[in-house]
Write a protein that binds this ligand. Structure first.
Ligand code: SF4
Length: 494
């Protein structure tokens, strides 16, 4: 595999024929193989939708693993080896919007609403700092008009006095509010665009528009925030073409953070799953997310990419992905611990029906009242393909040592081996945490006390042979590197 650090520019030039190079330089290179397409993307060369599609759709397990491995190497190269652990405080579950997929939507009368006071938010941060020296707190809420801009200013200032950086994730607000918060010291802002398809966006988020949301991102960037954005993968009505366009848009935007989370149906929303199918096809969903995480790492290499909580939640519904994880660790990192026997893997391409179900937006036909499960039933059915694994992967690279398998219960760990480099334990006080239910199952995922949850996350990172980053974890882009050293860039290709 000629991607990542293994292949220097010299080697690349040797490998490429004159014809290939001239084609690439002219921006008309046609990828002929999976590795060719992968290399094209990893080098930041001109992309065609065809290449993205190809990389998103590996035909063999070797291809799939080569994507994961290239993303892992790109992560180490561009944003460093250590994992950033950020504390997230979900301080209000009130929301003025009415997104069809979200449990916080204003129409959901089944949800017990809460709103932490500024003092409670600051106290949650100082309590969390006693358990871990967080470099960043993420302050997240629904779009809650109950907080004035000044109330947020108060919170930002107080948390900044404690030392860590502050990421806000409070939705669409006027430019003046963003400006005030930036002046108060807010460093970053997370605002996922969810889908770049304006029609699907309007259907799923009927109380706002894509243009309004993108304008917010433009405003945030102009104010000097490190911006984070991303998509939900597997939204009913979302097509493969839309996901490809999302990724192309993300590359163009070049945000400082990229978040790819799976759609998890919430029972109290119009997009609830049918009663018989509360956790549909989690293994397929996990793999689709992992591939998209890996690809986004290659396309936006300098971004911080979280292993999302939602991924951890859907992982609880399946054990199949553990086989994939072990096989990947064995193939690429020389892990020779317990493996399933025989090695049973899901065939690449299997189980994608929920996530990339249609070939056109017409087929998708999403609308108010449509159930997520209805979409999935139109796709490919689950089978139990078996892969004979040929040990062709390189060994001993990337990880010095993999730890006990008991930490492999959470697909967020696998995301950290596929390009993600951030994990965000929930440090919201337990009395509120259970009610921040964007999707079901989230509360119990971090349901233990704070120290136990942190210990679990740290054990997982250690078990992967990785370390925890110290400091604020700013973007490695030079303009954001005021207080921290840049990660080592030697050997990077792009
Ligand atoms: S997705 Fe965000 S904006 Fe939409 S209802 Fe949920 S919390 Fe509100």
């Amino acid at each position: 595999m000629g991607t990542g650090r293994e292949c220097s520019e010299k080697e690349w030039q040797k490998e490429c024929s004159e014809k290939e190079r001239s084609g690439i330089e002219a921006g008309v290179h046609n990828s002929e193989t999976y590795e060719d397409a992968l290399r094209q993307i990893a080098r930041g060369l001109p992309l065609k939708a065809h290449d993205i599609e190809r990389v998103l759709s590996p035909q063999t397990v070797e291809e799939e693993f080569s994507l994961f491995h290239a993303a892992h190497e790109a992560r180490e190269c561009h944003v460093g080896k250590a994992i950033h652990v950020r504390g997230i405080i979900e301080f209000s579950n009130y929301c003025r919007q009415d997104c069809l997929y979200c449990g916080l939507r204003r129409s959901n009368e089944a949800l017990a609403r809460y709103r932490m006071s500024p003092d409670q938010i600051v106290k949650a941060a100082s309590t969390a700092l006693k358990s871990h020296s967080f470099g960043t707190f993420v302050l997240q809420s629904g779009e809650d008009p109950g907080y004035s801009a000044d109330a947020i200013v108060e919170v930002v200032r107080a948390i900044k006095r404690l030392g860590p950086a502050v990421t806000l994730s409070v939705g669409q607000r006027p430019f003046e509010d963003y400006e005030l918060w930036r002046e108060a010291g807010a460093d970053r802002f997370l605002l996922k665009f969810e889908t770049s398809d304006s029609i699907l966006f309007r259907k799923l988020k009927p109380t706002t528009t894509l243009d309004e949301r993108l304008q917010c991102l433009i405003n945030l960037r102009s104010l000097g925030y490190q911006i984070g954005t991303g998509i939900i993968l597997g939204l009913p009505g979302q097509t493969r073409e839309m996901v490809i366009r999302d990724l192309e848009f993300m590359k163009e935007l070049d945000p400082e953070m990229v978040s790819i989370g799976p759609f998890v149906p919430h029972p109290d929303t119009p997009l609830r799953a049918p009663a018989s199918c509360t956790q549909p096809n989690p293994a397929g969903s996990i793999r689709a997310v992992l591939r998209t995480v890996a690809l986004s790492r290659l396309m936006v290499p300098m971004a911080h990419v979280p292993a999302t909580t939602a991924l951890g939640v859907i992982g609880k519904g399946s054990r199949e992905w553990v086989s994939l994880w072990r096989a990947y660790a064995r193939a690429r990192f020389g892990y020779y611990g317990p493996l399933p026997a025989p090695c049973e893997y899901i065939k690449p391409g299997h189980g994608e029906s929920r996530f990339l179900p249609c070939t056109s937006s017409e087929e998708a036909g999403v609308g108010e009242g449509m159930h997520a499960g209805e979409q999935a039933d139109t796709g490919e059915q689950t089978d139990t393909g078996t892969w004979e694994w040929a040990e062709t992967g390189s060994r001993g690279t990337g990880f010095s040592r993999l730890g006990p398998v008991r930490h492999w219960n959470d697909p967020r760990g696998m995301a950290l081996m596929c390009g993600a480099n951030v994990i965000m334990p929930d440090v919201t006080p337990k009395i509120f945490r259970d009610s921040y239910e964007i999707y079901p199952g989230k509360a119990s995922s971090d349901g233990e006390d704070l120290q136990a949850a942190l210990n679990g996350v740290k054990a997982m990172i250690k078990g992967l042979g990785m370390s925890i980053a110290s400091g604020r974890g700013d973007s490695p882009k030079p303009r954001f590197q005021i207080k921290e050293n840049l990660p080592q860039k030697k050997g990077c290709l792009t």
